[in-house]
Structures are given as C-alpha cells and as structure tokens.
Design a protein around this ligand. Structure first.
Ligand SMILES: Cc1cc2nc3c(=O)[nH]c(=O)nc-3n(C[C@H](O)[C@H](O)[C@H](O)COP(=O)(O)OP(=O)(O)OC[C@H]3O[C@@H](n4cnc5c(N)ncnc54)[C@H](O)[C@@H]3O)c2cc1C
Length: 301
C-alpha cells in the first residue's frame, strides 16, 4: 500500500457520510430486506445466484442478536415465497459469539432448522483472528446436527491449511468458501506477502476439491479464477462441486465472463442500516476507490 493510500485511509473519517453513501450504493443493496430481494431478483435474472448478508457485527447486547435472527428468518421465508435463488451468510459475532457461546449456537440452530425446512443453506462468514477458533468450534458442533451449513477459510491465515485438514478429517467432506481475508492481522498469524497469500489460496482450493468438498471460490482476482478453471478441468469436476463467488458491485465484467463460461456464480449481497461501517471497511480494503472519493471531495477529478 502506497503512502498516499495510507493517507487516504487515515482521512476517510473526514469524508462526509452522504458521499460515502453515494459510493456505498454500489456495494450495498439498500437498508431493507425489500431492497435486497429486489437486487437478488435482478441478479437471478442475469444468471447469478446470491447470498444475503444482514449488515452488523460484534453486537454487545443479546436483544441485538435476537433482532438479527428475526431478520434472517424473515429473509429465509421471503426467499422461498419469491422463489429466489439465494442463501444466507452470517457473522457469528452478530449472533452473540463474543457474549455467550451457547446463546450464539442456539441462535444458529434456529436459523439452520428453518433453512433446512426450506431446503436452504447457511454460510458462516469468517471474521478476525480473535474469532477463528470459536467459529470453527461452533461450525464443527453444528455440522454434527445439520448438513446445510458451511464455513469460510482465509488464505492469508497461516493456520488455514491445518484447519481445513482438521475439518476434512472430522467431517470428510465440507462446504467451504475460500477467500483471501479482509481483516488487518499481525504477521505472526497471517501472511503479508500477496504472492504467498495467492499460492496458499490455490493450495486450499486444490486440497478441498481433491478431497471431494464443495468449494465457494470467492475472489475478484482473475489469476485465481484462471487457476481454478485449470484445476476444475484437470480434475474433471462437475458443477455440483464448486461455485464462484463475488461481492456486489465489484468487477461485474469478470462476473459476466464467469457466467458466460457456464459456471455458477453467487453474489454476496449485503443490506441493512449499518451500511456506513461496512462501506468504510470496503473503502479501507480498496484504497483506489477511497482515493477517487478524496479526489472528488478535493475537486481533483
Ligand atoms: C463472496 C465473498 C465473500 C467473502 N467473505 C469473506 C469472509 O467471510 N471473511 C473475510 O475475511 N473476507 C471475506 N471476503 C473478502 C475477501 O477476503 C477479500 O478481502 C476480497 O474479496 C478481496 O480479495 P480478492 O480475492 O478479490 O483479491 P484482490 O487482489 O484484493 O482483488 C482483485 C481485484 O478486485 C478488485 N477488488 C477487490 N475487492 C474490491 C472491492 N471491495 N471494491 C472494488 N474492487 C475490489 C481489486 O481492486 C483487484 O483489482 C469475501 C469476498 C467475497 C468475494
């Protein structure tokens, strides 16, 4: 990251909320479930499936977690009513991971039970390294009770390869989204060299696919998409073994190319009132976009 990019990130809090909102509208479906369902319908219309994410994380009160459960239950019902091709993605800290582990598991059980009745699936997002062990422990326990649950591995984490080996040993086949990882982690826990992160990404995808697991290949990095194409071809894999995944509003051209190559592509559709926190995180992740905002604020472009 260049010095200027770092400066852009530091000055981000000074950017007016309305301007962040303007940029956010590209990455976020809106504030309400209706907004999100409208976007999912459009995506289904162009051959993509979706996963709904209710914005919010690291809640501090149990009633906030209960409200999130209610919202997700409603989302599952509306997906069915409207015959949409979508599942849901959840951050465990939104369901109380940091408050009370049993409470969090029970919240997940409510969602998994309803999703199961509706023939749907729940993905547990992976959050920062303070959550990794608990998230995997919750997944492992719930996987004994439900087969419609999956988790996420981040290729920047040094522990990810042993973690998937452990999960494959316990569960035989798992359903895993592989991504690079979005949080800022210390070097002792996470690779910092992008070349290593990318090679580890390929390695995780390869190990999972070779093992017969279902893989959500979540990236906008065309080199990684190409590597996955080659591997899918080499292993002669059917469409029921993997899908590509991308974030709403990011590189729609690549998204359309993957769809036109005949592959399944799922778009991550965040919605909710907490759009400001989510957007600033996205902007920090991609200073090039933040850079554009700053230039427009300063009247430079
Ligand atoms: C479906 C999905 C689910 C995810 N779930 C998680 C999760 O549970 N936990 C987690 O830690 N991370 C998650 N991520 C985020 C992920 O870890 C990466 O931070 C993010 O996807 C960027 O990595 P990349 O593979 O696209 O490669 P990069 O090398 O970062 O990006 C490749 C190209 O895409 C562009 N690009 C990437 N992201 C953006 C963006 N936000 N805005 C504009 N352009 C962009 C870059 O500019 C670059 O040109 C998820 C990502 C996706 C696609």
């Amino acid at each position: 990251m260049s010095l200027f990019d770092k400066l852009v990130i530091l000055t981000l809090p000074l950017v007016p909320r309305s301007l962040v909102g303007k940029i956010a509208s590209r990455y976020i479906a809106g504030e309400t479930l209706d907004d999100a369902l409208r976007v999912v319908q459009e995506l289904n219309g162009v051959g993509c499936c979706a996963t709904l994410d209710v914005l919010g994380e690291f809640i501090t009160r149990k009633d906030e977690a209960e409200a999130a459960v209610t919202e997700y239950l409603l989302a599952l019902d509306r997906i069915r009513e409207q015959k949409l091709d979508a599942n849901i993605s959840i951050k465990l800290t939104m369901l109380g991971l940091k408050l009370d582990l049993d409470f969090c598991k029970d919240n997940m059980r409510k969602l998994l039970r309803r999703a199961k009745e509706l023939g749907n699936f729940v993905r547990i997002d992976m959050e920062d390294s303070s959550c990794t062990s608990d998230t995997l422990a919750v997944f492992s326990e719930l996987r004994q009770e439900f087969d419609n649950v999956g988790f996420v591995m981040q290729s920047y984490m040094r522990r990810s390869l042993p973690d998937i080996q452990e999960q494959m040993r316990r569960q035989k086949q798992v359903n895993v989204r592989v991504c690079k990882g979005i949080y800022v982690e210390p070097r002792r826990l996470a690779y910092k060299d992008m070349a290593i992160i990318n090679r580890n990404y390929d390695l995780l995808v390869q190990r999972l696919l070779e093992n017969g697991s279902y893989v959500g290949i979540a990236t906008h990095d065309e080199k990684l998409v190409w590597n996955a194409y080659r591997l899918i071809d080499k292993l002669n894999l059917g469409q029921d073994r993997f899908e590509f995944q991308m974030l709403l509003g990011v590189d729609e051209e690549l998204r359309d190319l993957i769809v036109s190559d005949g592959y399944k592509l799922r778009v991550y559709v965040p919605y909710g009132k907490q759009w400001y926190e989510y957007s600033t995180r996205r902007l920090k992740e991609n200073p090039a976009v933040a850079n554009k905002i700053l230039r427009s604020v300063l009247g430079m472009g």
